[in-house]
Ligand binder design. Structure first.
Ligand code: ACO
Length: 323
């Protein structure tokens, strides 16, 4: 019997503190007009001192569990996509499991930077489809502000903090009403590491380092690779881009999203965008945007939804699902 991984709940959380473009203009040589024109970002949320990635993850997870009508004890798999874990070890997923009081199942982190949520969702879906696990929490959570160089105007204006979570439940295909993750496409080209990386790490510098990016080169790669991922995932699922109800992209740059929409003849009114108020929250951005689309009534049960992302690695990918 084929098993489907159905999204039965989503939840999101943003730290209270807001950093506007005008605030940033007091810190580095930039201005609101430049940031809005080049990226679409107006403000972003920043975790306060002592507020950890696991804290954001837990708030999002609690909301997702409530929507799904599940207790934490029902969860037997936790996958956290993050580049900014609380600790080098144990995983943020292990911290989340303990703080939530989740069942003693599997828990681990996935590191694919801004593509992390797609890698995490795809992994959890395969665990569920195989029957090895039944109820999963898939979380994207970041305190990206902690690895920014606040003197580098080319990167510090782009990112924000936040978390989003899905509850995924295994259902026999006959009981799933066509809902669930349909397929995914994951790629990495490690030869392009110099385009986007952090200049530190446990083994190399015994420090976390700061984000370094050749933004215009990443920008050029993004539209091509994201479009390739979408074309593949749509073709593999035997559907057409016209069939897609909602496009929930990774929120890196409004111009990248518009470029992909144009290249693939998607419609602008299909796009769920949160970039203006959140910036790029890396692995958290897709579930944050998804939740915004569900909460305001756009994404409904049974809708065909496309997600995509690209990030450091370079990594990129896409997934298709019925909400
Ligand atoms: N304010 C004002 N001027 C700035 C700023 C700023 N914040 N940042 C850069 N500039 C200047 C540059 O110094 C440069 O000046 P110069 O012409 O005098 O040399 C000029 O603006 C143009 O710089 P570019 O880097 O060419 O600007 P671009 O139009 O490419 O926009 C941006 C930069 C927004 C970063 C864009 O390249 C981008 O979005 N890239 C992709 C980012 C992305 O998708 N990342 C992937 C995911 S992130 C992850 O995985 C962690």
């Amino acid at each position: 019997m084929t098993r489907r991984a159905v999204i039965t709940g989503c939840g999101s959380f943003l730290p209270e503190k807001i950093l506007t473009n005008d605030d940033l203009a007091k810190m580095v040589d930039t201005n609101d007009a430049w940031i809005r024109e080049r990226t679409g970002i107006k403000e972003r949320h920043i975790a306060s001192e002592g507020e950890l990635t696991s804290d954001l993850a837990i708030e999002a997870a609690k909301k997702a569990l409530a929507v799904a009508g599940r207790d934490a004890a029902d969860i037997d798999l936790i996958v956290v996509a993050t580049t900014t874990p609380d600790l080098t070890f144990p995983s943020t997923a292990a911290v989340v499991q303990a703080k939530l009081g989740a069942g003693v199942g599997a828990a681990f982190d996935i590191q694919a930077v801004c593509t992390g949520f797609i890698y995490a969702l795809s992994t959890a879906e395969k665990f569920i489809a195989s029957g090895q696990h039944q109820n999963a929490l898939v979380i994207g959570a970041e305190t990206f502000s902690r690895i920014l160089d606040w003197e580098d105007r080319a990167t510090c204006v782009l990112f924000g903090d936040g978390a989003g979570a899905f509850v995924l439940e295994g259902r026999d295909e006959k009981d799933a009403d066509g809902r669930g993750v349909m397929n995914s496409y994951l790629r990495c080209d490690g030869t392009m590491v110099d385009l986007l990386y952090v200049d530190g790490g446990v083994s190399s510098t015994q420090s976390t380092g700061h984000v370094r990016m050749q933004g215009n080169r990443v920008f050029r790669e993004a539209i091509t690779r994201i479009s390739e991922a979408i074309e593949c995932v749509v073709a593999d699922a035997g559907v057409h881009v016209d069939d897609i109800d909602w496009f929930v992209p990774h929120q890196a740059n409004e111009r990248i999203i518009k470029g992909v929409v144009k290249k693939l003849s998607l419609r602008e009114n299909q796009v769920v965008s949160t970039i203006a108020g959140q910036g790029n929250t890396s692995a958290a951005s897709i579930p944050l945007a998804w939740c915004a689309g569900v909460d305001d009534g756009r994404i409904k049960k049974g809708d065909l939804v496309l997600i995509e992302g690209m990030g450091g690695g370079l990594t990129w990918g896409a997934a298709l699902m019925r909400a």
